[in-house]
Design a protein around this ligand. Structure first.
Ligand code: FAD
Ligand code: NAP
Ligand code: SF4
Length: 677
């Protein structure tokens, strides 16, 4: 197959002695929420089987606790629990007998969402809801026994191996670090003592499962904690873990409480793999690397430069289950790329919701959202080639319908063409490339530069009309809104209207923040350059101080213009942004000197600037520009005209509802509707 020749490293098998991986692509562990859901296991079985059919060499499941105190729901310790896991292993091996599946054993330790949470010294994590109980000597032995039993049960359930997570701020890693391990017995004090628990865990697991079972250990190769692990400690631990019986070591680059983004879209692709490469030189077992490896050429480059033996792509497998197969067949341009937005996956996990994916709403919903061939082929007009219209056209044409897609603009993508211009959001280019290719492959009749009218649609005699005309920016009722200083965000982002040395942004939602990023940013985006990224977040890859960050000051260039970012609400600015990414935007803009203001009343705009009232005082901000980012309203003119002509039409995306709209909702709604037409 053409792709195999292009990616020789990715498609070379890996011999583990007692077993063999068919290629170097791993689907990394992700919690989906199905682990605890009613009827979740049959759904998980379909979800994993689809990825197995899609060509991946090995899969690691979401975390399963070895006992009640270690988790927040799913555990594996009893014979009864084995049966549901067998659904998964049978489905994966049935889909492709060569694909390996390992179960992750996740003991959350102090991060467990339950009141029985345990840890070495009862130190509460700042991100955890409960103060954990300090383990006594007996409690430690119980945890070790539970790990061993859990691994044995996983083996009984037909898994090919287990992954033990020894990083992230979960139980094992809290033994390693002084600030969470204050013990004075044999499990604390010296580093040799602090390493004992993770090493003993691996030793007992190996003893329980015998030699012919994959045991992966996930190590925090760079934990991103001030005062975290030193490089020598990482190497020593990895060597001891190898001796204790691990077959593979997987590198992780964070504790969840660290203040460095490691998987967000602002993180450059493959930013951390050099750390794995350095560790690989010290060990004999194969190493897995991860984080922001989202396309086959990135994976190939990482493997070819010797950074790792296996590449983990977790979220990219949510976005496109067939990623590996498409690479093998030289169809990379058909890959629906993970854009690292976290909006459908991690943000859902933190909100206690089932995982999905912004670009692929079927992720984790494989049995619920199906795209069957249409019983009766229809001719369908879709108006608007933003994410809603494109997703609709993708699914409907994939099911066999004849789709004509109109857009007034010269290119597909709608607002994603603005999003892709924001530094740190370059991955949207991939989404647009995917849609462009799919429209071509499916034979969608794409009519760009066409502002279609209701009368033309009527004359076209379509069986279905879908209106995906998006939104109109809201124009707030402020005196002087027509002043030449005032611009809309579309003009500014598209570059049609340059801005001066001082700027006030009215509205601090997602778009206000993006505009603030754009106008406060200078030079190369950190998302495109690892050195810039490392400087901005205070990471020292070369010297690896403790945690990779200890004593390193983030160096963010101050904005070369004055920027105010404002909202009327009294709540902290940026509170409504995504849970897993909002803090990075607030921190970055703050470091650049962007002035974030809440409780603002806009009074007027005139030659003097923007007049506001804040805290009861009137102030005049002497700004060159006021950029309006005050939300959006549905664009329904066409729809209303269709109704007037007596035509039926469906509304999707922003045209349906502009409040709390984002691309995730637009695509999700479109796919559901197109699946049913
Ligand atoms: P649109 O994207 O607005 O598309 C509507 C399309 O219809 C346009 O192409 C327009 O030309 C066309 N059209 C309108 N009228 C007609 C007509 N009469 N005839 C023909 N064509 C017509 N969302 C996220 O989820 N994550 C993000 O990170 C994110 N970042 C963003 C950053 C920026 C700067 C912006 C502006 C938006 C961002 N969004 C983000 C929001 C996201 O882009 C929108 O929610 C999404 O594009 C809405 O999709 P839509 O298809 O409904 O509408
Ligand atoms: P938004 O998130 O709803 O924010 C609108 C902002 O305008 C708010 O700050 C609001 O705050 C203010 N506002 C509302 N009405 C106003 C009025 N009449 N006068 C003055 N200010 C007003 O909308 P958006 O920023 O336009 O973004 C649109 C959608 O795109 C959002 O739903 C967002 O989720 C999505 N998006 C997502 C991302 C992402 O990274 N996930 C990025 C960009 C956009 P006050 O009312 O307090 O002033
Ligand atoms: Fe990737 Fe975003 Fe999908 Fe998560 S929701 S898998 S980050 S594209």
């Amino acid at each position: 197959m053409p792709g195999r020749a292009r990616y020789p490293e990715l498609f070379s098998p890996l011999d583990l002695g007692f077993t063999r991986l068919k290629n170097r692509a791993l689907m990394g562990s992700m919690h989906t929420g199905l682990e605890e859901a009613e009827g979740g296991f049959p759904r998980l079985a379909s979800y994993f089987a689809e990825r197995a059919r899609g060509g991946v060499g090995m899969i690691v499941t979401g975390g399963i606790s070895p006992n009640a105190e270690g988790g927040f729901g799913a555990k594996l310790s009893t014979v009864e629990e084995v049966a549901e896991h067998k659904l998964i292993t049978d489905a994966v091996h049935g889909a492709d007998a060569e694909v390996k599946i390992c179960m992750q054993i996740l003991h959350c330790g102090p991060l467990a969402y339950n009141e029985q949470a345990v840890s070495p010294s009862g130190v509460k994590s700042r991100i955890a809801p409960h103060t954990p109980h300090e383990l006594d000597a007996e409690g430690i032995q119980k945890q070790l026994d539970d790990f061993a039993l859990c691994a044995q049960r996983a083996q009984e359930a037909g898994y090919d191996g287990v992954e033990i997570i020894g990083s992230g701020g979960y139980l094992l890693s809290t033994f390693l670090v002084e600030k969470t391990n204050l013990r004075t017995d044999e499990w604390g004090g010296s580093y040799e003592n602090r390493m004992r628990f993770p090493i003993e865990t691996v030793r007992r697991v190996r003893q329980a499962v015998g030699p012919d079972f994959i045991v992966i250990f996930r190590i925090a190769a760079m934990d991103m904690l001030q005062g975290g692990m030193s490089w020598d400690e990482v190497v020593l631990l990895a060597k001891e873990i190898e001796k204790a019986g691990a077959s593979i070591i997987s590198t992780h680059f964070t504790w969840h409480e660290s203040a460095v983004p490691t998987i967000a879209t602002m993180v450059p692709r493959a930013a951390f793999t050099s750390v794995t490469g350095r560790l690989r030189k010290e060990l004999t077992v194969p190493l897995i690397t991860s984080n922001r490896i989202n396309m086959p050429e990135v994976a190939e480059t990482v493997l070819a430069r010797g950074d790792a033996d296996i590449v983990s792509m977790a979220r990219p497998m949510l976005a496109d289950p067939d990623l590996v197969q498409k690479a093998a067949e030289g169809r990379e341009d058909e890959i629906n790329t993970c854009i690292a937005c976290n909006q459908g996956c991690l943000d859902h996990t933190f909100a206690g919701k089932e995982v999905t994916c912004l670009v692929n709403p079927r992720a984790c919903h494989e049995t619920l959202l199906t795209y069957e061939p249409a019983a009766q082929t229809k001719s369908i007009a879709v108006v608007g080639a933003g994410p809603a219209g494109l997703a609709y056209a993708d699914v409907a044409s994939g099911r066999g319908h004849q789709v004509t897609l109109f857009d007034a603009a010269a290119e597909i993508g709608g607002q994603l063409n603005l999003a892709k211009r924001i530094p740190g959001k370059e991955e949207f280019h991939e989404t647009l490339r995917y849609f462009a290719r799919i429209m071509e492959l499916r034979g969608v009749d794409l009519r760009l530069n066409t502002r279609v009218t209701a009368a033309e649609l009527k004359a076209g005699d379509f069986d279905e009309i879908v209106v995906a005309t998006g939104i109109e920016p809201r124009v707030p009722d402020i005196e002087g809104i027509d002043h030449e200083k005032v611009s809309g965000y579309i003009d500014v982002i598209s570059g049609r209207k340059p801005v001066g040395q001082s700027v006030a942004i009215a509205g601090a939602g997602g778009i206000g923040f993006d505009v603030a990023e754009l106008v406060s940013h200078a030079g190369v985006s950190g998302s495109l350059d690892v050195d810039v990224f490392a400087r901005e977040w205070g990471i020292d890859f070369a010297n690896h101080p403790r945690g990779g960050v200890t004593g390193v000051e983030p160096m963010v260039a101050a904005a070369d213009r004055t920027v105010y970012l404002m909202q009327r609400k009294d709540t902290p600015v940026g509170r409504g942004l995504g849970k897993t990414t909002g803090w990075t935007h607030r921190l970055t803009l703050g470091r650049r000197g962007v002035k974030m203001m809440n409780g603002v009343e806009y009074l007027k705009v005139d030659d003097a600037g923007l007049h506001i009232r804040i805290g009861g005082e009137v102030e005049v901000l002497d700004v060159d520009n006021v950029i309006v980012c005050a939300g959006q309203t549905p664009s329904r003119r066409l729809y209303d005209e269709l109704v007037e002509l007596g035509l039926e039409a469906s509304l999707i995306g922003g045209a349906f509802d502009a409040s709390a709209l984002d691309a995730k909702r637009a695509i999700n709604q479109a796919c559901h509707l197109a699946a049913a037409v």
